[in-house]
Design a protein around this ligand. Sequence first.
Ligand code: FAD
Length: 689
Amino acid sequence: MTSLQKPPGPAELQAERQRATFPVRQMTYYLDGGEKQTKLKERIMLQFERDPVWQVSDQHDLTLQEIRERSMAKVRRAAYHVANEPMHVFKQRMELISVLDPGTWTRIGVHYGLFFGALRGGATPEQFSYWAQKGAVTLNGMVGCFAMTELGHGSNVSGLETTATYDETSDEFVIHTPSLTATKWWIGGAAQTATHSVVFAQLYVKGKCYGVKNFVVPLRDPETFELKPGIVIGDIGAKMGRHGTDNGYIQFTHVRIPRSYMLMKHTKVNRNGDVKEPPLQQLTYGALIQGRVAMVVDSGAIAKKALTIAIRYAAIRRQFGLKAGEPETKILDYVIHQYRLMPLLAQAFAMHFTGIEVSRMYEELMDSMETLQPGDKELNDVLEKLKEMHGTSAGLKAFSTWSTLNIIDQCRQACGGHGYSAYTGLASLYSDFAVHCTWEGDNTILTLQGGRYLISCYREAKAGKSQAGGVAYLNNLDKLLNKRCSAKSAEEVSTLEVVEEAFWLVAAQVVKKAGEDFEAGVKRGLREDESYEECSQARLFATKIHSLGYLFHRFKGAIQRSPAELQPILNKLCRLYGLYAIAENSGPFLQYGYFTPLQVDWIRATVTSLCKDVRNDAISLTDSFNYSDFMLNSPLGRADGTAYEAYFGMVQKAHKAGAVPAYFQKEIYPLLHRKLEADDVLELDEEDE
Ligand SMILES: Cc1cc2nc3c(=O)[nH]c(=O)nc-3n(C[C@H](O)[C@H](O)[C@H](O)COP(=O)(O)OP(=O)(O)OC[C@H]3O[C@@H](n4cnc5c(N)ncnc54)[C@H](O)[C@@H]3O)c2cc1C
């Protein structure tokens, strides 16, 4: 008996690892924020791996109800952890859950991110401690959901139709769904999990509408799980991904809640029906930003997962041979395969570092807002930062999630046919991730918001008000816009400094163009909102270039802070990210004359040579992301290179070879053994033979 030849894999990855030009473990520490953080992540990953509750390897063959039951068991585990570990550990756990099981992450997230986030952002301290005692922190007694979107409205929150009418006689609000389109729709956790909801509804007091406010509405009895009187909830059923989360619809028919269930940190309604609006309306933006920042972080994390799978597979997959008699070529060695994956690897680093930076900025901002009062001397400074964070996070959320969705699909295609198998993990990664482009603000709408912010910064700068932070390039426009790249070679054109200046100048130009289009519309007699609408395309484009540049600048900053031994590889990756972004969007860089066509040629050539260079470190870079095999849950991404064995084993385990299908007797046998009518029998035409 001859023994089977071993499939390629382990030796390939081992050889790749020997090519590393940087200390991989140091890179992991730097990416994670230190050795301690890496150890924490490893501890949590091991806990997942050993705990049967987190088992994921068979998830592709489960029914919807089985997935939901499993995800509920994981929610229970998460509730245990939230009550028993420090918040920073739980946050880390949640980031990893998002990589391991996005559907469950969402099911936990609708409570802790959305419901609890709404309490934190909208409840008075007394209200907050009331809901905390009811179980909002530990899930002991209540699970929350977040009912903003309706069948007829999502993005346009001010157009929501659900009403909350104050009844002075009983000191209650009456929550009501006045039409079919007012039905709350897409509400995560509503279908099977939630006992309470934060409901967005138009506040009516004494016949006057005060706009949309938030109300906590009990939905189900936590003992019996029966719906409360006046509430109808249904399951909205099958969807593209995130199957672990139960999305539902809710209708309210004159449901009464105590007045104190309106979240009154900002707008207040007293017993007599007097309404007090908040002096600083902008402070309510804070809650919106949190979700966007989380999406930027998640974009980096998921991109790293997809790239680990595709790049490890590319290092063991061989297809065609360039030289007769020699082994076939690794697909990672094809120039075009390098061009398909290496810039995306660089982009993942850019998103990772940007995620860290914007999270830090967000936390700082929230801390300073916590204690802010009208009249404080830091007020203006904080409001400026809030404005910047709001505008910048809108564009970053949109372009990071779009980029990662593209990265996942490119990785899937880079794995050929096997990328299409559910077992290799990229298909569900795509369908789970896609919704990031829609929720927490539809991406297109966010880019338009970002563009509005950039136009207002441009107009302020033009009027002489100095701009800080990520839009500081709008100061001294006269000087900046005259700059031209003086590089005389491919080497000179591809430094971090040239790329940095190119992004400043071109971002300034496209923002200026959007601002001028807007002003021209106003001059023509359009109202401001009409003029913003007219220049939508220019707004979107300005946000795109600003966001791409912002990612580059954050990446460059991260190199400066990194240990010396990591700087050469990070420098290459950062240049690759920046130059690739310029090459792919070369129009405005040529149009505004910063680069000449010859310089763009040099940039393209440099991108190709950087791809080749980074390729040598590609496996080590994916190793530095430090996802365990369990977290990747993809045989193609196995760290030891046993992709073929693992893939075959997974398929074999899930499907018994040679099994007769259960519907054989019902459908196949009658087909094969039916009696043919004389007319159905085809005669071979002898003459045609
Ligand atoms: C899986 C999933 C889970 C969700 N979970 C929740 C939840 O728990 N709670 C909740 O409240 N909501 C939830 N949502 C709803 C989600 O937040 C909304 O679907 C999202 O905000 C988009 O709103 P919309 O569906 O109304 O889209 P629309 O606003 O109707 O957008 C439709 C299209 O029109 C475009 N468009 C709209 N307005 C403009 C404009 N002014 N200019 C240019 N283009 C425009 C958009 O770009 C988009 O392409 C969930 C959605 C999904 C898919």
